[in-house]
Structure formats: C-alpha cells, structure tokens
Design a binder for this molecule. Structure first.
Ligand code: AMP
Length: 929
C-alpha cells in the first residue's frame, strides 16, 4: 500500500482549490474512530470546478498502481429544490512527477483516469447521524515511470463525501518451485507477465535455468527449468537434505540417496561416494555405484606344453577374481643357464626372442605361446593375474610358475632321388635363436631290421648312397649345438623302388616346410564339450545312411558325407580348397570341438578381402577325427541360404587342416542375448526367430535333420541376422533304423530334444521343430536356460507328464502359443517350418497381434501403472510433473531425451525404462521391419 487515507493520523494535508470547494471533515465511524473525509456539496450553484489534490505518492518501483476509493454520492432527486445543474459523478486524475513538493499543477497537466459514478454496489454506513450508501471503486494506472505521482479529484457540482483513498500495487510473493527460490516480485505494468529467474535452494544446483512468471494479479505462473540436489543430498519437501550415513548419492542427476554398494560404507552424512573397506578398491573408471573390488588371487593350475624351443603355457583363471570381470595376466620369464649359475631375465636370444603370442603382458586368456627360446635351456615362466584395481593395492601380486627345458629338432624332407640306390635329404636347421649348430647327425635304418647307420654333416643337405632296391628305409636327423644334441625331427619313410628309386611313403611329410608362419598365432587348446548337455554317452557309428530320399522334382536333397566311400571325395565335391597363404589369422574367438576357432581375413585372388572364421583341427588328430572334422564342411558346403552359415572353403593340403566360414561378428546367439538382456523390441526378436525358422525350412526342404538346434548353435552377424550353424557329425546319433532300439545312446541335448528323439531316436524335421520351440523360448527370455536348474531326468519326466515351459516375461501370447504348438507330443501335430515362417511373417506385418502378453496383468493405461509394472515406480512424480500421464502420451516422444528429463540417471533404470517405452512404441504404432 502506497497510501491509505484511513490510516492517516493527522491532517491529510491535501490541497483543495478553490477554497469554497472540497473541505476536510472528521467524522466518527460506527466504532467511534475518527475518519478523515473530504466533502463537497455545492449543488445549489452552477459552474462548479472544485479540485482536490493528494500529496506526492511515491511509486516504489511499481509499474501498475491500483487506486481504491470509497465514497458516498447524493442522489440529486433526494435533495429538495436543487437546480438541474446538480451532478452525480466526479472525475479522477493523476499527474506523474519526480518532485515530491510541487506547489501547483495546472489542470491541463492532469491525465484523466475515469469519471466515477455511484453504482449499485454499495454498503450502508452510519456517518454521524445519517445512514449513507458507501460505494467502492477501483481503477488502475499502468506504465508509470517517474518517482511518484499526484492524484486529483474534480467535482463539477455533485454532493460527495470521499471517505477513503487507498493506493497500492501487487507483488508475487516469495516462492519455491522445483528446488528454486523465486523472490518476492512486483507485478508488471499493463497486463504483462514478469519473467523471474529463480536461484537454487541450499545444496542444490541448476539442471536447467529455473524461471517463472509473475502474473499481473500477483500469482506465479509456468515454472520452467529446475534445480537438483547436489551430490550427497536428496530432495525432501522442496529442500535438499543430506544423505544419511550408510547411503550416498554420486550425481546431482540421481534422484535419491542409495545404500552403499558392496564392500563400501559411508560413516558420515552427506556422502557423494562410499569409501571402500580395507583391502578393497575402486578403479578410476569404476562407477561409484559399483561394489568395491580387490586384486585377484594367483592364476590356478599352470600347465606347460613344450615343443622344442617353444612352449605353450596355460593356466586357469584365479579362484577369486576379486569381484571384477577384467582379469588379465602378465607372464614373466627367467632363463636359468644351469650349472650353478643363477637365473636371470630372458634377454633377447640370438634371434631377438623370446617371442610371446599373442603378447606377454595384458593377456586376456589363460594361455600364451612362447617361441624363439634357446634350445636346451631351462626357463621359469611365472604368471600373475591382475585386474582393474591391482595397481591400487600395496600387496605384492601372487604368481604361479612352471619350469621347462627346451630342446630342438630338425625337420627333414626328401630333396631328390637321382641315382639308383641314392637319395638326397634336406632339412631346415633350428632357429638361430637356439644357438649355433655344430653339426647334424643323420640316422637311417631298414624298416625291417632296425639296424641303423649314423652319418654326420655340417650342411643342411645330404645324399645317402648304397641303398637296397625295394626296401623301406627310415631316416631321422638331429642337430648338435653348444648345449648338446637336439631331439630328432619328424622321421621320413622312403621305399626304394625295385629299380632303386625312392617313393615317399608319407606323402604329407613333404609339406613340412610349407606350413606358413601364420599358424603360430592360433595355438590349440583342449576341445570344448558341454558336459551338461550330455545325458548318455556312447560311441559307435552306423554304416548305412540313406543316399537318397523321395523329393519333389527340382529341389535338392542333402547328401550325407558318409554315403561316400571316400570321405575325402565328399570334401572335394562340396568344399572349395583354399590356399593357406590367402588366409590371415588374427585372434582366437572360441573353442570348437576339434580345436580353436579364430577370426581372420581371407583374400582370394580377384576377390575383395573378407572377414572369416577359421576352425582348425588340432595337432595329433586321428584319421577318424580328421574325417569327422571335415564332414562339417562337406555338409555345410551343400547349403546356400542367407540363414545358414556359409562355407568359404577348406584347407586340407597343408597342416593344420582348416574350415573357413563367413565371420559372424556377434558370435553365438545365447551369449549375445544374455549380453543384451531386455534391449531389443519384440519385433527385433521376432525378426531373429523368423531368420532361424527360414534357415530351418531350407534345411528341412533338403531333408537335412539338424538334431542340435539350440541358441548356442545359432550365430549372429553385425546386422542381427541369425544363421544356423554347427553341422558337425561327431555329436549326432546314428540314423540307422537297425540301431534305433538298442540301448546304446548318443549325446543328446535333452532340454532341446523332442521326446520321441530321446526315447527312440526318432530324429526328424518335426523333432527339429520341437527344438525350434525351445530356441523361441530362449530368444524371448534373452538366453535363459530352458527348464532352469531342473535336472535332465526331471525334464524328461515333466515333459512326459505334459508339463511345458511357461511363457517368458513379457512374451506375446501368440508367440507362446506357437511354442506350445512346436511342443505337441504327437510330432505330426506340430507345425512344419514353412508354417512357422508364415506365422512369423504375419506377425511382423501386423505387430498389433503381438500386443497381448501371455502373462500380463491387465495392460497399464496410465504412466503410473506402467511404471509400477516395470518396477520403476519411484519415477512417477518426474513423469507426472513433465506432463506424461496417459500411456498414449509416451507413444510419440523421442525416447533418448526422456530419461535425462525424468531425472533417471542409473544406467540400469534408464535401460529398463527406454526399452519398455520402445516396446510400447512398437506395439502401439505400426512398425515396418
Ligand atoms: P563351434 O565349434 O562351431 O561350436 O564354434 C565354437 C565357437 O566359436 C562358437 O560358439 C562361436 O562363439 C565361435 N564361432 C564359430 N563359428 C563362428 C563364426 N563363423 N563367426 C563367429 N564366431 C564363430
């Protein structure tokens, strides 16, 4: 209030002129308080012009001023005998001025506010001995700019008593919104809103500049932006309170304080981070929500395999990884010359060795190949395990060691056989790293009687004369070096022909020198077997496989490699031989049954270089193993379909024997899904299933029964295309009808296999369909294990009693129904792969049908229900205050922008909310795949 005439104690001192106009009169109100009023009532005379001017009223920064007047005005009719000049209105004016003591303001300088008349709204008051009708009128003046103003009332012949004049302006009161405080603010002139910048409350910081508008009527409007509580503080009733001991808040973006993660604590209030327990650490890159971890224990179970001057050193992961997944290994090498001399570091040998493959430090797998060691030397290899916090721990790292002694052999080949009874042998000397060769010793004998002859030479070539015709000889060579004799290299057997010429008996020995150095990079580890999937295990292979089956004309039938008398012919027919020099091996990506699986590049002449997967057959294989290994290529090579893994070719002409296939960047489907739990839309999952079904349709059209269809045998490329793989034979049961009823089992993946295939080995495309149903279940549940931890026996029993896997979480009803169809007991009641592909295609075209979930509570319709259903109820308020109330409101928002806005900062929560919105969006709108 800038002026209130009612509260003035003494004279108001307003200026009235002419003197016979307005008069200041004190009256008593009903409570006997004196009131100052100005009155004028010159109704009997014409031509009145009486002015009453207030003192200077300071504006105090207000831009819009309200003037409230209370007055009484006599009705001319109620006054007996007044002339027609009697008025019933008066005028109100103002004059802006910086000066507080103006003597006189000319009439023409005043600006008219309004003509005031008595109106219907009045109250009755007693003024002295009379009852009067008291009118109240409010007018406003906008856009004032000088220090203050004067008000003036002009009477032109009415009978008025001005009882009170109150001048005031409006303010928006101090307010706190979104953790920002907005100061008490004067409203704007005109009816404009005043934009006010808020400041964060104590212990809060700005997320987005807080602003609000002060409305003309003194109310606050439209809060924009917000503050958030600083790390260590959480919001409670519009203020930021410190996190209680035992809890912390790392980021301002987190909504609430949360309990300290494992192996950490916060003894004091207001923690933005929890302190690790003694012996536990947090690496720089670790998030503060991660449990504190410690260095790993020593690697376990060290094993070395020596091959002359190289050694394969392997170990198992430490028993305690310290709570981290980033365990790596460093290998240390010491050379011990022996004879009382002390061990020292393995300095560079003669050839710069030793050489560690893939590397000496920072190994991610428990294996290293060390080459270029000195021959006949003792070495100690130690390995230590490290993880992301090892460097923070003062405790020395624990190591395990192996001691080895190197040797050296020589590889021999037949160079030429020129003359009768004479052969020339050549060999490759040991690595220079192993020291100087003093001489070579060649030993040979007739295979029959084992009487041997020893010859010596300093050269790498030797001609042996005087051999008998028609006789098989065995030759061996070894080197003598500083350290003594090396071991004998691979022996070579030669049969002299009857006219005295030699024939090489073991043809492949010729190839000894052609082994490319590339192969060093891909060593061998033990074959992988998943013992879990084997219930019964027996060996033995049937002899007869149907060579042909009845097929529609025009479609191709798969030919089993065992129908070939010579399995090598099957490989030649179906797989292209690749020259080893066009392959570059880069790294080990997995363990196959016969050896390691590596990734690398293939550059065929005239073609562009491509990424490939390379399976190799480990050394020391039997003939049968080689056949079985290559049988996969003979099978795969018959297929040509976008959802079947593509065979590039084989290497059989030199060792190691290899199968080269297209490279699938994302590896096997089960691991891939586990890694991306919850991250795909239903449509994406259905797309993957469609691919697998399409590949299987192709196989069943070719009469190929897979027998081991499971997510682990599906590979995924970088475009999420799924391809059926694993066509090995060794795991497969015989298809011999004679053998079907014997008790000899095979290796059966029980959980994936149809009951008739388990019970009496009835493997058909219909049993593959059963397995496909299990794959569907694996896919929708993101790699969950079918039947969880039930034992194989319990699974068999449960299936027999009619139990079937329930729908995974968030599984569309139609998909679970399709699974149940695949798991019909009667195999003729199951759909075939063609029907499955069609059903999935339909779903992709009309994704709306995927919306009803098999195990959902009634679908959420509000954002609150939805958040509850995904257990993210704590963000309800954030969504509500951002205006998201109905589920439909989420259908078209840009999901990436959602979570920061809603204050969701925990990565796991973000992921959950985003993927759920994403699936709402794909279910709620028409999606093209
Ligand atoms: P397999 O012997 O076929 O079971 O292969 C063993 C493992 O090597 C698989 O589980 C995959 O992780 C990996 N692997 C096999 N083939 C490929 C490929 N073509 N592309 C990428 N990874 C592969």
């Amino acid at each position: 209030t800038l002026l209130d005439s009612m509260s003035a104690l003494g004279d108001l001192g307003w200026e009235a002129y002419p003197a016979e106009g307005w008069e200041e009169i004190s009256v008593m109100d009903e409570r006997n308080t004196p009131m100052r009023t100005y009155q004028v009532c010159n109704v009997m005379e014409a031509s009145q012009n009486n002015w009453l001017r207030t003192g200077h009223i300071a504006r105090e920064g207000a831009r819009r001023i309200y003037v409230e007047i209370k007055f009484t005005l006599r009705d001319c009719n109620s006054l007996p005998g007044v002339p027609g000049t009697c008025k019933e209105t008066f005028n109100m004016y103002y004059y802006e001025s910086n000066s507080a003591n103006l003597r006189h303001v000319r009439e023409s300088q005043f600006i008219k506010i309004d003509t005031i008349a008595a109106d219907e709204s009045f109250t009755q008051v007693d003024v002295g001995d009379r009852v009067m009708k008291l009118n109240t009128e409010v007018r406003d003046i906008s856009n004032l700019s000088k220090k203050g103003f004067y008000l003036a009332f002009q009477d032109v012949g009415a009978c008025i008593a001005l009882v009170s004049v109150r001048v005031f302006y409006k303010r928006c009161p101090l307010a706190v919104r979104n953790l920002a405080q907005f100061p008490d603010t004067v409203t704007g002139g005109d009816s404009a809103l005043v934009e006010v910048r808020g400041s964060c409350v104590a212990d809060a910081e700005e997320l987005e500049a807080p602003r609000m508008y002060c409305g003309a009527d003194g109310g606050w409007l439209v809060p924009i932006g917000r503050c958030v509580c600083k790390p260590g503080f959480e919001e409670e009733e519009g203020a930021c309170r410190p996190c209680r001991p035992g809890t912390y808040k790392a980021s301002a973006m987190d909504a609430y304080c949360t309990k300290c993660p494992g192996h950490s604590h916060s003894p004091q209030e207001q923690a933005s981070e929890c302190i690790c327990e003694k012996g536990y650490y947090r690496a720089e890159a670790d998030s503060r929500s991660m449990a504190c971890t410690r260095p790993p224990s020593a690697p376990d179970n060290p094993i070395s395999t020596i091959n002359e001057t190289s050694v394969t050193f392997e170990w198992s992961p430490p028993l305690d990884n310290g709570g981290r997944g980033d365990v790596t290994y460093n290998v240390h090498c010491a050379r011990c010359p022996g004879a009382g001399r002390s061990c020292g570091p393995c300095g560079p040998g003669g050839g710069g060795g030793p050489h560690f493959t893939p590397r000496q430090f920072g190994l991610s797998m428990g294996k290293v190949l060390v080459t270029e060691l000195q021959a006949h030397t003792n070495y100690t290899f130690s390995v230590e395990a490290l993880n992301g916090v090892s460097h923070l721990s003062p405790t020395p790292r624990q190591q395990v060691s192996v001691n080895i002694t190197t040797s050296q052999t020589v590889s021999v080949m037949l160079k030429e056989r020129k003359r009768k009874g004479s052969v020339t042998l050549a060999w490759q000397g040991p690595d220079r790293a192993s020291g100087a060769v003093l001489e070579y010793e060649v030993i040979y004998y007739e295979k029959r009687d084992q009487n041997y002859t020893v010859l010596k030479t300093k050269s790498n070539i030797m001609t042996v004369n005087g051999l008998k015709p028609g006789t098989t000889y065995v030759f061996r060579v070894r080197a003598r070096m500083d350290g003594g004799y090396g071991n004998y290299g691979g022996e070579i057997e030669l049969e002299t022909s009857h006219d005295g010429e030699c024939q090489n008996v073991l043809d492949h020995e010729k190839q000894l020198f052609s082994i490319s150095p590339y192969f060093r990079h891909c060593g061998y580890i033990k074959a992988k077997q998943d013992p879990d999937e084997e219930m019964q295990f027996q060996h033995g292979r049937g002899k007869s496989f149907p060579k042909t089956s009845i097929k529609l004309p025009g479609s191709r039938t798969y030919i089993h490699p065992h129908t070939y008398e010579d399995p090598n012919q099957a490989v030649r027919d179906f797989a292209k031989e690749i020259d080893a020099s066009s392959i570059r091996i880069e790294r080990v990506i997995g363990a196959g049954e016969f050896g390691e699986v590596c990734s690398g590049r293939l550059k065929l002449p005239g073609k562009r270089e491509i990424c490939v997967a390379i399976k190799s057959l480990k050394a020391g294989y039997t003939d049968k193993q080689r056949r079985d290994f290559l049988s996969e290529a003979s099978i795969m090579g018959q297929f040509d379909h976008p959802n079947i893994i593509h065979l590039e070719g084989v290497v059989t002409k030199c060792k190691p024997v290899m199968i080269i296939t297209e490279y699938m960047e994302n590896g096997s489907l089960d691991t891939f899904l586990k890694k991306h739990d919850g991250q795909f839309t239903v449509i994406q999952l259905v797309g993957m299933l469609r691919g697998i079904a399409s590949g299987m349709k192709y196989l069943s059209d070719m009469s190929y029964v897979h027998r081991d269809l499971a997510a682990r045998n599906i590979l995924v490329n970088s475009n999420l295309v799924c391809k059926v793989s694993d066509f090995g034979l060794s795991r497969v049961l015989e298809d011999d009808p004679e053998a079907a009823y014997t008790t000899r089992g095979g290796k059966i993946p029980i959980r994936w296999t149809a009951p008739e295939a388990i019970a009496y080995r009835k493997f058909t495309s219909a049993s593959d369909v059963w397995s496909y149903g299990i794959v569907m279940w694996e896919v929708i549940s993101y790699g969950e294990r079918p039947y969880w931890e039930m034992s194989n026996q319990d699974v068999i029993k449960a299936i027999d009693e009619g139990y079937r896997l329930p729908a995974p979480m968030d599984c569309p009803l139609v998909l679970h129904q399709l699974m149940l169809d695949c798991w019909e007991k009667g195999r003729s009641d199951r759909p075939n792969f063609g029907q499955i592909v069609n059903a999935l295609d339909k779903l992709i075209r009309s994704p709306g049908n995927l919306r009803p979930l098999a195990n959902s509570s009634p679908p959420a319709s509000t954002v609150e229900d939805w958040l509850d259903s995904i257990k993210m109820g704590q963000y309800k308020e954030h969504f509500a205050s951002a205006g998201y109330v109905t589920l439909d409101s989420l259908l078209f928002i840009n999901i990436r922008s959602v979570t920061p806005l809603m204050g969701v900062t925990l990565a796991g929560h973000q992921k959950k909310i985003l993927s759920s919105i994403q699936s709402l969006q794909t279910q709620g709108t028409h999606v093209q795949v």
